[in-house]
Design a protein around this ligand. Structure first.
Ligand code: G3I
Length: 373
């Protein structure tokens, strides 16, 4: 099919809307998952309202366009394992059932992450760090119980999330403080024991930074040298309009693939908003007080900015397609703009436009470009 430019895509959409079609018709006729079927999985992070089927506008899009889902929040330790002796599978069961009912490739997110960590996980009753032995046992119980519950149903796990800093050093998390870098191989081994058939991933943000690229390559090689399985590196893909460059992102994709693992773009979105800190990645701890000047598009996005956004998102999809031999999945971090964490991070109450579907649940031009290019 001929290449569709942004202008052509907009014109095509407008023509469809003006020739007596209802607003829904073009959306129903096209599907990302069909267009990308022989390329890679196309996934989306879903929230609990969507998994419960209560957000019908979003679930229509999820069913139509995506063949993989990941849990945006319901499998994080503070939700799924709030107390040492208590797991709560209410939301995670609902999420997995939604995926099965819709024949989707289901991804679990995330087993070991320093953030959204249950407060009890790494400390004793006095708030002091537990011993390495106690933490090892807690990790074993956590990973075996969760992965074991969904054995054969969840096809891939973000086993360890965000353990490496931008300069390639280990993040000084509680896990690192207590167990040193050994907590990473340990987590992968435990996950493999719990479901030998599940794919195992290391997942992180700002992966285009040379330091992080080198740190992650080092980590993957260390695991491989010790005979510990890792199937893919997840590049989160929380982009800005000016960062990272497509070239730097590509360099990281190739560096990870050169170790022999697959590459996944696991949390794709692209903010149009100014960054209050310089390139703050996706570190959820970064927070800034609200400033009106930092929320420039509260009502709608000017056409020139949406054009820039669209072209850049299209460039990234072209990159993923160019490297489809090494890319096994591309997952958007949310369905529609209104769902995105970007509206509240790193500053609460802003209006962002980071996803493939707008606030009316209409596809942006890039959706048509990906399908018809
Ligand atoms: O569920 C509570 C609700 O009961 C409460 O009233 C409300 C008040 O703030 O908070 C709700 O929890 C929020 C939760 O999302 C569900 O909406 C948390 O405050 C909020 O911090 C949490 O943010 C999530 C963030 O991770 C932290 O877990 C975002 O939705 C989620 O998109 C984001 O995802 C992370 C990935 O897991 C890892 N990579 C970076 C990515 C973006 O930060």
């Amino acid at each position: 099919m001929k290449k569709l430019s942004y202008t052509l895509a907009v014109g095509w959409m407008a023509a469809l809307l003006c020739t007596g079609c209802t607003r829904q018709q073009p959306v129903q006729e096209i599907s990302l998952k069909e267009a990308l079927a022989d390329k890679f999985l196309i996934g989306v992070a879903i929230n609990s309202t969507q998994a419960a089927g209560r957000d019908t506008a979003a679930t229509r899009i999820i069913r139509q366009h995506f063949n993989s889902i990941v849990a945006e929040n319901c499998m994080k330790s503070e939700v799924i394992h709030p107390e040492e002796d208590r797991y709560d599978f209410t939301l995670s069961d609902q999420f997995v059932e939604f995926g099965e009912a819709n024949d989707m490739y289901i991804i679990g997110h995330t087993l070991i992450w320093h953030s959204q960590l249950s407060p009890w996980f790494c400390v004793d009753e006095a708030g002091k760090n537990v011993s390495p032995e106690v933490l090892t046992e807690r990790m074993r119980d956590h990973i075996h119980t969760i992965v074991g519950r969904y054995k054969g149903r969840i096809k891939g796990w973000d086993v360890v999330n965000e353990a490496i800093e931008d300069d390639g050093s280990y993040r000084k998390s509680k896990f690192y403080e207590i167990l040193g870098e050994e907590f990473i191989p340990m987590a992968f081994r435990l996950a493999q024991e719990a479901d030998p058939d599940a794919e195992l991933y290391y997942n992180d943000f700002s992966m285009a930074h040379p330091g992080k690229r080198e740190g992650v390559v080092r980590l993957v090689k260390q695991l491989q040298e010790r005979g510990i399985r890792i199937d893919a590196v997840g590049m989160q893909g929380h982009m800005q309009l000016d960062f990272p460059t497509v070239e730097a992102f590509e360099e990281s994709m190739l560096a990870f693939a050169a170790t022999g693992v697959k590459v996944m773009i696991t949390e794709l979105d692209m903010t149009v908003l100014p960054s209050p800190g310089q390139h703050v990645g996706a570190n959820v701890e970064a927070r800034f007080g609200y400033e009106k000047a930092m929320n420039p598009y509260p009502e709608e996005l000017p056409e020139d900015v949406s054009g820039l956004w669209n072209d850049r998102m299209d460039d990234f999809f072209k990159l993923f397609l160019k490297h489809r031999a090494i890319v096994s999945r591309v997952t958007l971090w949310g369905v529609a703009d209104s769902d995105s964490w970007r509206n509240d991070w790193p500053m609460e109450g802003r209006t962002d436009y980071p996803l493939l579907f707008d606030r009316n649940h209409q596809p942006k031009p890039v959706v048509y470009q990906v399908i018809y290019d």
